[in-house]
Design a protein around this ligand. Structure first.
Ligand SMILES: Nc1ncnc2c1ncn2[C@@H]1O[C@H](COP(=O)(O)OP(=O)(O)OP(=O)(O)O)[C@@H](O)[C@H]1O
Length: 335
């Protein structure tokens, strides 16, 4: 279990002082995938280096299993670092096969024979490359190489798997394969995973918990499913489909509201049912559909017209739809 408490990290550059991490606290829930999201330069990689004990904060504490890592001697610090599997830290060795690369941490730990073969076999299966275990890295695709790197980081059964920007530079299929492997690591090995990324798809598809970094500070954090139901959440804004509906379209309706619908039945049935029940015209005039994990989620801008427009929105809210930031209808009445 790793926690970061009030960590601050400052760098001095030619152009002055840069506060890369500013009073950041995070708890990594065991057996869950936590994603740190944020724009370029927001401090994600710096936070990843603090968590993997490659750097120390200027102030604040990084704890591993409750121990303040600043108070560990060099031997214990090395042992603590070994308990963290870092993905993408080192390139694969080009002259070794996929299986040989995955086996390396076990060789270094003096584990050999059937135990090593079994473990490597299990990891090859986890990353979907059982048939390619004897392939050299050059004969694998970039996405497959990335999966081998994850397997190598997992082979020693680390307390934490840390993946800094794991889909960077991969095409759609390659990125999807990497996310599937991280998801299986959590599901099948019970791994605790920390993923940093500027790609909101990563957080949307696999994260249980998310923290949004902006200018080195945590701007919003919590479980993904609860944040997307929070009308004030910045994470929801970053993860859900954007709404950029022109004012001319909005003006045609009696009521306008932003609505978040979660789950198959809500996404599929709630709006037609609302429309039928109240005799109103309910039109989707912006937003779209996405998936959070396996759950379909919609963020729509709705235009509702008819005498019962207000009741229609109230009913959608009662049925679990998150009716957000209702904006004023054309008659100047709050929807
Ligand atoms: N070793 C360093 N020396 C000087 N400045 C640094 C160093 N590492 C990071 N920074 C600065 O700290 C800030 C945060 O950088 P960091 O790489 O952690 O952000 P990031 O969110 O990971 O960005 P990206 O998504 O582009 O990788 C940036 O302004 C960066 O220039």
């Amino acid at each position: 279990m790793i926690t970061v408490e009030n960590a601050t990290k400052t760098f001095w550059t030619d152009s002055g002082q840069v506060v890369a991490i500013d009073d950041v606290s995070i708890d990594l829930a065991p057996g869950a995938i936590t994603s740190i999201v944020g724009p370029s330069g927001s401090g994600k990689s710096t936070l990843a280096r603090l968590v993997s004990l490659q750097e120390r904060p200027d102030s604040g504490v990084v704890r591993v299993e409750g121990y303040n890592t600043a108070s560990l001697d060099q031997r214990r610090l090395r042992a603590a670092r070994r308990r963290i599997g870092v993905v993408g830290h080192e390139e694969l060795l080009p002259q070794r096969t996929a299986a040989g690369n995955i086996a390396m941490p076990l060789e270094q730990a003096g584990i050999d024979g059937p135990q090593r073969r079994e473990r490597v076999g299990k990891l090859l299966d986890l990353i979907g490359l059982t048939a390619r275990g004897n392939a050299l890295p050059a004969d694998l695709t970039a996405g497959q190489r990335a999966r081998v790197q994850i397997a190598r980081a997992l082979v020693g059964d680390p307390g934490l798997l840390l993946a800094d920007d794991p889909t960077h530079g991969l095409d759609g299929d390659g990125a999807a394969g990497v996310l599937a492997v991280l998801d299986r690591a959590r599901g099948e090995l019970g791994s605790t995973v920390l993923v940093t990324t500027s790609d909101s798809t990563v957080a949307r598809r696999i994260a249980d918990d998310v923290a949004l970094l902006v200018d080195g500070r945590v701007a919003d954090s919590g479980s993904v499913l609860s944040l997307i139901q929070d009308p004030t959440s910045l994470v929801a804004d970053a993860l859900l489909p954007a709404i950029d509906t022109p004012d001319s379209l909005r003006a045609r309706h009696d009521r306008i509201a932003e609505v978040v619908l979660i789950g198959f039945s809500a996404v599929g049935a709630l709006l037609p049912e609302a429309s039928g029940r109240f005799g109103t015209d309910v039109s989707v005039i912006g937003g779209g559909l996405t998936r959070v994990g396996e759950t379909p989620v919609a963020r729509f801008l709705l235009g509702v017209s008819g005498p019962q427009a207000e009741s229609t929105l109230s009913w959608i809210r009662e049925r679990g739809g998150v009716v957000k930031r209702p904006v004023r209808g054309p008659e100047g009445i709050a929807a």
